[in-house]
Design a protein around this ligand. Structure first.
Ligand SMILES: [Zn+2]
Length: 437
C-alpha cells in the first residue's frame, strides 16, 4: 500500500511549520490517511482511534456495497464490538438526524461510510449525542475535515458548527469508482480557491478585515499538479485523484486555521446559496460543487474584467432598495438580507474614501489581486478537462434566473466581494447581460 497523505501527515502530527513564520498548528483531527488501498487496514485504523469502544458502522445501500460491508466484516473479524446500520433512505435533515439517532442507540462511536448525506448526518448526530465519529470517504469532498454539518431544518439548510471527525480515511481505489460527476463537483469546489482568495484579499486590502495566507500556502503544494492532472482525474489516475483528495481535505481544514470559512467561500458560494434558496421549481437538482463551479467561472470573468482595467471603478453609496427586495424575495428573507448587506454597505463617506484610495493605490491593489488569481483560461480549461459544468446552460439552469442570481448574491451574506464593488459603481446589469450563460 502506498501512502498519499502528503502534507496532511505533518499537519496531523503537528510537525508542519509554516514557511516564514515557523508557526505550528493543532488541526483537531487525530488522523487523516490517504492510500491507494485501505483493504485490510480498516480494523487497525479504527482500533487506533476508538480502542475498546462499541462501534456502529453507518452506510447507505450504495456505500455499503462500495465499502461499508468490508469495514464491518474487518472490524468483526478483528474481534471489535461492532454493529452496522444500512440506512435505506438517508436524508440530512432534522428528521433524518432523529431517525439515525433512534436507529443506532447505545453505541459509543459511529463510523460514517459515505460522502455528503451520511457524513453530515453522522457528524451532527454524534455531536448531539456527545459521541465520537470517524469517516471512510467514498468520494472526494471538503466536508470530511470540517467541523460543520449542513443540515436542513424544515426545508431550510443551515450550516451548524459541531465536532469534527477523529479519523478521516480515504481509500483511493474506492474513490476512483465513485460517479464521475462527484469527482467533477469536488474539483469545482476546490478550484474556487482562486475567486475566494481574490474576494477575501480584496476585502482585507480595502477594509483591513481578517485575512490569512496559511490555507493558501497549504493548497499551493498541490494546486499546480492538480490542474496539470485535471484530464486524468475522471479516469481514476491515482496521483491526480490523490492531489484532488489532499486539496479537498485541506480546503475543509481551512476553517481550522482561520476560524471562518472565508478562505474557500466568498461570492461564488453566495451565488450557489442563492440558487439553492430561490430557484424553487427551476432548481435543476444540481449539487453544491456543480453550482460553485459555474459561479467560480462567472466570478473569475468579473475579476478579470475589473482588474484588467487600469482605470479604477468610481464608487457610490450602497442603495438597499427594501421594496424591490421584498418584491423579489419575500418578507421571510428580506430582513436577513438587509442585515447582512448593511454590515458591508458604503455610505457617502466610505464611498469617497474608497475613491481616494483607488486614485492613489489602484495599480498596487490590482497587482496584489492579480498575483493570487488563476488566469481565466487556465481555470476554464482545467475545469473542462475535469468534466465540470461551466455555464448555467450546462447545469440546466434557466439563464435569466442565473443572471438574477449573480445580481442578487451580494445580499446573501455580509462578505464583501467584487459583486459589491461592481454593483456600487457601474452596476452589475451590463456584466450579467454579456456574460456567457
Ligand atoms: Zn463549497
Amino acid at each position: 500500500m502506498t501512502d498519499y497523505s502528503g502534507i496532511l501527515s505533518e499537519l496531523v502530527s503537528g510537525d508542519w511549520r509554516e514557511p516564514g513564520t515557523g508557526k505550528q498548528y493543532d488541526i483537531g483531527v487525530k488522523d487523516i490517511v490517504i492510500q491507494d488501498s485501505l483493504d485490510g487496514a480498516e480494523a487497525q485504523l479504527i482500533a487506533k482511534q476508538h480502542h475498546g469502544k462499541s462501534i456502529t458502522v453507518v452506510s447507505d445501500p450504495y456505500t455499503h456495497d462500495a465499502m461499508g460491508q468490508r469495514i464491518y466484516n474487518a472490524l468483526r473479524a478483528d474481534g471489535q464490538s461492532v454493529s452496522e446500520y444500512v440506512w435505506q433512505k438517508p436524508e440530512c435533515s432534522d428528521r433524518g438526524v432523529e431517525h439515525l439517532r433512534m436507529a443506532t442507540p447505545g453505541c459509543d462511536v459511529r463510523i460514517a461510510v459515505g460522502s455528503g448525506t451520511v457524513n453530515d448526518t453522522v457528524k451532527y448526530a454524534c455531536f448531539l449525542d456527545k459521541r465520537d465519529y470517524s469517516v471512510f470517504a467514498t468520494s472526494p469532498m471538503n466536508a470530511y475535515t470540517t467541523n460543520t454539518a449542513s443540515v436542513s431544518f424544515g426545508g431550510f439548510k443551515k450550516s451548524i458548527t459541531c465536532r469534527g471527525a477523529r479519523g478521516v480515511y480515504f481509500d483511493l481505489s474506492v474513490l476512483a469508482r465513485c460517479p464521475a460527476r462527484l469527482i467533477s463537483a469536488a474539483y469545482a469546489d476546490v478550484i474556487c480557491r482562486t475567486t475566494a482568495q481574490v474576494d477575501w484579499l480584496l476585502s482585507h486590502l480595502l477594509f483591513n478585515t481578517t485575512y490569512s495566507e496559511t490555507p493558501y500556502t497549504l493548497l499551493a503544494y498541490d494546486e499546480p499538479g492538480m490542474i496539470k492532472g485535471a484530464s486524468e482525474m475522471l479516469s481514476g489516475h491515482v496521483d491526480s485523484l490523490a492531489m484532488l483528495t489532499r486539496i479537498s481535505a485541506l480546503m475543509g481544514l481551512g476553517t481550522r486555521f482561520t476560524e471562518t470559512t472565508h478562505s474557500g467561500s466568498m461570492a461564488e458560494h453566495m451565488i450557489s446559496h442563492y440558487i439553492d434558496m430561490f430557484a424553487g421549481d427551476k432548481h435543476p437538482r444540481s449539487s453544491h460543487g456543480e453550482q460553485v463551479g459555474i459561479a467560480t467561472i462567472t466570478m473569475s470573468q468579473l475579476h478579470h474584467k475589473i482588474l484588467n482595467n487600469k482605470t479604477p471603478p468610481v464608487m457610490r453609496p450602497t442603495n438597499i432598495d427594501k421594496d424591490d427586495l421584498l418584491s423579489r424575495f419575500g418578507a421571510d428573507n428580506v430582513d436577513n438580507m438587509i442585515n447582512e448587506t448593511s454590515r458591508k454597505s458604503l455610505d457617502q463617506k466610505a464611498a469617497d474614501q474608497l475613491n481616494r484610495r483607488f486614485d492613489s493605490d489602484w495599480q498596487e491593489i490590482r497587482s496584489r489581486l492579480q498575483q493570487v488569481m488563476l488566469p481565466y483560461d487556465t481555470l476554464s480549461e482545467s475545469m473542462q478537462q475535469a468534466g465540470c459544468q461551466r455555464t448555467a446552460g450546462d447545469l440546466g439552469l434557466d439563464a435569466e434566473f442565473y443572471r438574477q442570481a449573480v445580481i442578487g448574491a451580494r445580499y446573501i451574506r455580509d462578505r464583501f466581494s467584487m459583486l459589491d464593488i461592481v454593483d456600487d459603481s457601474e452596476g452589475l446589469e451590463h456584466f450579467v447581460a454579456t456574460m456567457p450563460v
